[in-house]
Design a protein around this ligand. Structure first.
Ligand code: PEP
Length: 251
C-alpha cells in the first residue's frame, strides 16, 4: 500500500506574509489527515519562515529546484542549503526548468544525485509535450527522460525518489489528462522502473500526476490504480482548492 502524496508547487508566487498565511491555514485544516503526505514547495524566500511555522506539523517543506554543487554559482541554491533551511525534499526536472531554462536529462541526473546525497527526498518530474504526444512518442520520451534522469541510481536511492508524471500540455492550461491517459502513462512508468530496478521497488515507488489537477478532477485521477497522488500548481495557491484536493475521495 503506497501512502498518497499531495504536493503543492507554489512556483514564483506569494510574498513571505502571503505564504505564511496560506501555510498556517493548510496546517490547521490538514493536520487531521494522517494517511497522506502533504508537501509544500514555496518560493525560496518563504522557506525559512515556513520551516518555523510548520515546525510542529507533518507537512514537508520542499525546494522547487537545486544546483548540483556549492561554490561560485551566483543565484543558485544547493541541496545542503535547502536542508539547512528546513527542507526535506526537492522538486527536480520540472517542465518549466526543462523548457524555459533548457535543463538537460544529464544535468537533472546530477541534481538528483546531489540532492539524494544531501539527504533530501526527490520529486522527479517527467512528461511529454503536445507535439510528442501527437507524434505518438509519449512512451519513448518518458523512457528516455526516466533512464537518463535516473542513470546510476541504485535501489536504495530509488527508495527516496518519487516520480511525477506531468504532461507538459496539461501544466497550467486547464486541460487535464483524462483518467485513462494518466493511468496508461503511470502504468508505463511503473513497468519501466521494474525493468530498470526491480519489481518491488517499482511497486513501492509513488508516481504522482501533475497537470491542471483541480477539486473537480482529483477524485477520478486518484481512483486510478497507479496514481499515488498529485503535484499541484495553480490550485495549490488557494487554501480551499488545495484542501479539497488533499481530501480527495477514495473508492
Ligand atoms: C505544476 O506546475 O507542476 C503543475 C502541475 O501546475 P498546474 O497544476 O497549474 O497545471
Amino acid at each position: 500500500m503506497r501512502t498518497p502524496i499531495i504536493a503543492g508547487n507554489w512556483k514564483l508566487n506569494k510574498t513571505v506574509d502571503e505564504a505564511l498565511a496560506l501555510a498556517r491555514d493548510l496546517k490547521g485544516k490538514l493536520s487531521a489527515l494522517d494517511d497522506i503526505e502533504i508537501i509544500l514547495a514555496p518560493p525560496f524566500t518563504a522557506l525559512a519562515p515556513l520551516a518555523t511555522a510548520l515546525n510542529d506539523s507533518a507537512i514537508v517543506l520542499a525546494g522547487q529546484n537545486c544546483y548540483p554543487t556549492e561554490g561560485a554559482f551566483t543565484g543558485e541554491i544547493s541541496p545542503a542549503l535547502l536542508r539547512d533551511v528546513g527542507c526535506r525534499a526537492v522538486i527536480i526536472g520540472h517542465s518549466e526548468r526543462r523548457h524555459l531554462f533548457a535543463e538537460s536529462d544529464d544535468f537533472i541526473n546530477q541534481k538528483i544525485k546531489a540532492a539524494l546525497s544531501a539527504g533530501l527526498k526527490v520529486i522527479f518530474c517527467i512528461g511529454e509535450t503536445l507535439t510528442e504526444r501527437n507524434e505518438n512518442r509519449t512512451f519513448e520520451v518518458l523512457e528516455s527522460q526516466t533512464r537518463n534522469g535516473l542513470a546510476g541510481l541504485d535501489r536504495a536511492a530509488m527508495c527516496r525518489l518519487t516520480v511525477a508524471y506531468e504532461p507538459v500540455w496539461a501544466i497550467g492550461t486547464g486541460q487535464t489528462a483524462s483518467n485513462e491517459q494518466a493511468q496508461e502513462a503511470h502504468r508505463y512508468i511503473r513497468n519501466l522502473l521494474a525493468k530498470m530496478v526491480d519489481s518491488s521497488t517499482a511497486e513501492n515507488t509513488r508516481i504522482l500526476y501533475g497537470g491542471s489537477v483541480k477539486p473537480d478532477n482529483v477524485d477520478g485521477l486518484m481512483a486510478q490504480s497507479d496514481i499515488d497522488g498529485a503535484l499541484v500548481g495553480g490550485a495549490s495557491l488557494k487554501a480551499g482548492d488545495f484542501i479539497r484536493i488533499a481530501r480527495f475521495k477514495r473508492n
